[in-house]
Design a protein around this ligand. Structure first.
Ligand code: SF4
Ligand code: FE
Length: 483
């Protein structure tokens, strides 16, 4: 079975015995937890759409490893066209969920680990690429969700991994055994970990010889002994514990991040993809980051489509849609959103084949894409807030709307256009609140800043790839300058 149904996916998660903590307590049943569930619904959408013939071309493809039909989220990109379809798929999912659907980190890790292990093996004669191919065949066959885990806690940013007072602040190998290794440390901001079957760990930065024990990559099931998941809070998250769904803004979907602790976790030999080859850690980080920076030219654009739609509807509901400044603001939002998409498509269409045979994006353009993402969603959100009016942060609750004492006042005084029911207006305003300030603001705003690397990380990559020498030479040739 290469394409799972959404229901089969949920059932497969139920079988895992993950150690998840939320509000200081162990969560016995993460699948049905009201705080966690909306994020699971978003991942379910990656299965639902893959089973919908209408989206088959974007959501599914044929594996180069097994020849079987697979979900594109488990695919090794085989062409520029595959890279473009990836971005289109992510835009589609952003539109359908208005949230982070979490499954891209695994896909981006697959493609980065596949090509990096190939090159590591060429230099060192190791067997990491073979290990990884066997692992990925299993992922494709079972249609699994894999959390790509890169970011370490990092402690004192002025010190290297091995210089830290606490050596566990970067995940490291603490024991080398005949049958595998034991690792200790943590990964922060882990997107979708509770909805994942496996966690694929990679180093967080380029490493030097003295940091050899920190140059480690592997995958283990998320319920492996020693893995502890501490769920991250989101603004307004406890609204999900309330009876109604109106105040959640996005009634069904969400995303999540968590701190994942590796408390002496055993990794068997066949699941190791890097073990001390510190000179390849920079390559792996750059490639994973590059793919994920491409991803943002899809997912954030899809969520942006929803926010633009919400702003437009809000203006219609309050009778302001025809005002020229509103129309212009919607145009500006669209222009910014499509600029992000243009970068996602551009870095894909300019992709190239790696030595291992899968396709990689154009690194400069992928970094430009993500650098724009650190800015434009903020401006799009600012314009949405402008159009929405202050009411999206001062609205009374759903319970007030339903109250026998004051419901009629809420109904009466928050009505704008006579033919638009007040509740519809409230729904749209709550969605705008959710996307700009509530639970989804993690995925749409702050993640736009820091996800796939903070802005400075892209600026370093842009500077490295800017080819200034060639640009200066152009001038010299034009002006006949000889030095
Ligand atoms: Fe996918 Fe976007 Fe979430 Fe990353 S932030 S996992 S690219 S939806
Ligand atoms: Fe992300």
């Amino acid at each position: 079975m290469a394409i799972k149904t959404a229901e089969a996916y949920v059932e497969s998660l139920r079988k895992l015995n993950m150690e998840v903590y939320l509000f200081g307590k162990r969560v016995e049943n993460p699948v049905d937890d009201p705080i966690i569930r909306p994020s699971l619904n978003s991942v379910m959408m990656t299965y639902e759409l893959a089973n919908d013939p209408q989206y088959a071309d974007l959501m599914t493809t044929v594996s180069n490893l097994t020849g079987e039909k697979i979900n594109r989220f488990t695919h090794l990109h085989q062409s520029e066209e595959d890279l473009i379809k990836k971005v289109k798929m992510q835009r589609l999912l952003g539109q359908k969920t208005a949230a982070c659907f979490q499954r891209c980190v695994g896909m981006d890790a697959f493609n980065a680990v596949y090509s990096s292990t190939f090159e590591t093996d060429q230099k060192y004669g190791t067997k990491y690429h073979e290990n990884f191919i066997e692992f990925l065949k299993y992922v494709q066959r079972e249609d699994l969700v894999v959390d790509g885990a890169m970011t370490d806690p990092k402690g004192d940013r002025g010190l290297s991994p091995s210089q830290q007072q606490d050596p566990d602040l970067y995940l490291r190998i603490v024991e080398r055994r005949e049958d595998g290794i034991v690792v200790r440390g943590a990964k922060t901001h882990q997107t979708g970990i509770v909805n994942s079957h496996e966690v694929l760990v990679m180093p967080t930065s380029a490493m030097k010889e003295e940091d050899m024990d920190y140059a480690v990559a592997f995958s283990v099931p998320t319920d492996t002994k020693g893995i502890k998941i501490i769920y991250g809070r989101q603004s307004c998250d406890t609204r999900k514990l309330e009876a109604g769904t109106l105040d959640r803004g996005n009634p069904k979907f969400g995303g999540h991040e968590a701190l994942v602790v590796f408390d002496d976790v055993f990794v068997p030999n066949d699941r190791i993809f890097m073990c001390g080859e510190y000179d390849f850690s920079g390559m792996l980080v750059e490639r994973f980051a590059g793919y994920h920076r491409q991803s943002y030219g899809g997912c954030k654009v899809g969520v942006g489509d929803v926010l633009i739609g919400a702003a437009s509807l809000a203006s219609e509901y309050n009778g302001a849609a025809k005002a020229s400044h509103i129309k212009d603001k919607i145009i500006e939002m669209t222009h910014l959103n499509e600029t992000l998409y243009a970068c996602g498509i551009a870095c894909s269409s300019q992709g190239h084949e790696t030595a291992a045979g899968n396709y990689e994006i154009d690194m400069l353009l992928a970094n430009v894409c993500k650098q724009n993402v650190t800015r434009f969603p903020y401006e799009i959100a600012r314009l949405a807030e402008d159009i929405a009016g202050g009411l999206f942060v001062t609205l009374p609750s759903e319970e007030d709307l339903n109250s026998p004492e004051v419901g009629e006042y809420v109904e009466k005084y928050f009505k704008a256009k006579a033919d638009v029911p007040t509740i519809n207006r409230m729904k749209v305003l709550r969605l705008i609140e959710n996307l700009t300030l509530g639970t989804a603001a993690v995925g749409y705003r702050t993640e736009s800043m820091h996800g796939a690397g903070s802005p400075q990380a892209q600026r370093i990559m842009i500077s490295r790839q800017s080819n200034l020498g060639m640009k200066k030479q152009l001038v010299k040739e034009l002006l006949d300058i000889e030095e």
